[in-house]
Design a protein around this ligand. Structure first.
Ligand code: AMP
Ligand code: GLY
Length: 432
């Protein structure tokens, strides 16, 4: 079977790596890919948002499975356009992708279907938003509660801003709605009550009817150790998550994922693909922070190495509504990934730095390097993005996965390289 993967980050490298192990995979293409993916797949020079270009390529090369990594092409309608041309594709159609594409759509749906989530106030104009900010802080004067301000549209993971005081919140409203720092994503915003607790990422495969959870994982969003500094795309992850034992995952399935899949089905077009729920485990039970209509990054770099079942067979079952007939099996181990980023990320950073030592980290069943922002030039691998690569380690428990991942990372160097030293520490603390 010929397969096309859309995207070029660490998540897509992990997807390509897993697909390449399938007995059904004859040839894998990746658009645009990166230097690591290039070793497993034929990278083609097409952008993820060039939907017509990708569909033409898939038709010409007789691609039988296309897998979409990032959210932008999903929200822009890649699945509908491929399906209209009879090209099999893994991912939700435009309509169900609104679960990620519009925070207000997702919140409205959660309230309508009783899916646990924080209280929220959708705002269509800056005036309405400023009034809602005033009301919120007047009501919470005594307790000093923080307020979460969210751009309605996708803003490359940066559209959620937590305000500690009223002044901050008013400024954020203006940044989003008036100054439009994230463009049209800030046309509408949602204000949200701020939740406290530990976060977990619950991803599930679904064919629109049947839903099969993957093991839970936990992302590390801040750039520095001890969750300090600004938010990033994600600096590391691990699985399983001591804070999300099986009963919490079951609760997330019963109260969040299954009802969301059923709600989308009721709206007309079933959700097919990977559904990701970010949850907060609070003292009052779980609450949904967000939905993503795709695999998480870097969560995928720990989840797919734990998957024993052939990923092509799972994706084929999702597309053809046959998840019922397949058993999905997981390695009973821990996996942990550490992301190395360019100096300055998530702010400005330089690219084109030589990456050394990649050959010293031997790829094995228990250690793998997934490239993100890398490119090959004159036989050398150079940095080419904010998040550069991730090293995943597997082991019988989190401490041994930590040891493997960091041992692999310590061989690798580039100018300005940064990675967190504390990935997985929360898990260890909780099990002590
Ligand atoms: P998102 O961009 O939707 O993935 O959200 C980014 C991050 O914002 C989440 O992972 C949480 O850490 C944080 N967040 C979102 N909503 C809330 C909330 N209601 N309370 C506290 N933190 C939140
Ligand atoms: N790791 C968070 C995300 O993929 O959105």
């Amino acid at each position: 079977m010929r397969i096309l993967v859309v995207g070029g980050g660490g998540r897509e490298h992990a997807i390509v790596w897993k697909l390449a192990q399938s007995r059904h995979a004859d040839r894998i293409y990746c658009a645009p890919g990166n230097a690591g993916i290039n070793e497993l797949a034929e990278c083609i020079n097409l952008k993820p948002n060039d939907i017509d270009g990708l569909a033409n390529f898939a038709a010409m090369q007789k691609v039988e499975l296309t897998v979409v990594g990032p959210e932008a092409p999903l929200i822009a309608g890649i699945v509908d356009r491929f399906e209209a041309r009879g090209l099999p594709i893994f991912g939700p159609a435009t309509d169900p992708s609104r679960l990620e594409g519009s925070k207000i759509f997702a919140k409205d749906l959660m309230f309508k279907y009783n899916i646990p989530t924080a209280e929220y106030w959708p705002c269509d104009t800056p005036e309405a938003a400023h009034q809602a900010v005033k009301d919120y802080f007047a009501k919470h004067k005594e307790t000093g509660e923080k307020l979460v301000v969210k751009a309605d549209g996708p803003a490359a993971g940066k559209g959620v801003i937590i305000s500690c005081c009223e002044e901050d919140a008013h400024k954020t409203v203006d940044d989003l709605m008036v100054r439009r720092i994230f463009g049209s994503a800030g046309e509408r915003i949602a204000l949200e009550e701020c939740l406290e607790g530990e976060e977990a990422s619950i991803m599930a495969f679904t064919d629109g009817e049947k839903v099969v959870p993957m093991p839970p994982s936990q992302d590390h969003k801040r750039i520095f150790d001890n969750d300090m500094g600004p938010n990033t795309g994600g600096m590391g992850a691990y699985s399983p998550v001591p804070a999300a034992p099986p009963h919490v995952v079951q609760e997330a399935m019963d109260r969040v994922i299954q009802p969301a899949v059923a709600a989308i089905r009721d709206l007309g077009i079933p959700y097919k693909g990977c559904l990701y729920a970010g949850i907060m485990i609070t003292k009052d039970g779980i609450k949904t922070l967000e939905f993503n209509s795709r695999f998480g990054d870097p969560e995928t770099q720990v989840i797919l190495p734990l998957l024993k079942t052939d990923l092509v067979e799972i994706m084929d079952a999702v597309i053809n509504c046959g998840l019922d007939s397949i058993d999905i099996e997981w390695r009973e181990e821990a996996a942990l990934t550490v992301v190395a980023s360019s100096g300055g990320y998530p702010g400005e950073y330089a690219t084109g730095k030589l990456i050394e030592g990649l050959d010293k980290t031997v790829q094995s069943e228990d250690c793998m390097v997934f490239h993100a922002g890398t490119r090959m030039q004159n036989g050398q691998i150079l940095t080419d993005g904010g998040r550069v690569l991730a090293v995943t380690g597997l082991g019988r428990d989190i401490p041994s996965a930590i040891a493997r991942a960091y041992a692999g990372m310590r061989n690798i160097h580039f100018e300005g390289m940064h990675y967190r030293q504390d990935i997985g520490k929360k898990a260890i603390k909780r099990t002590e």
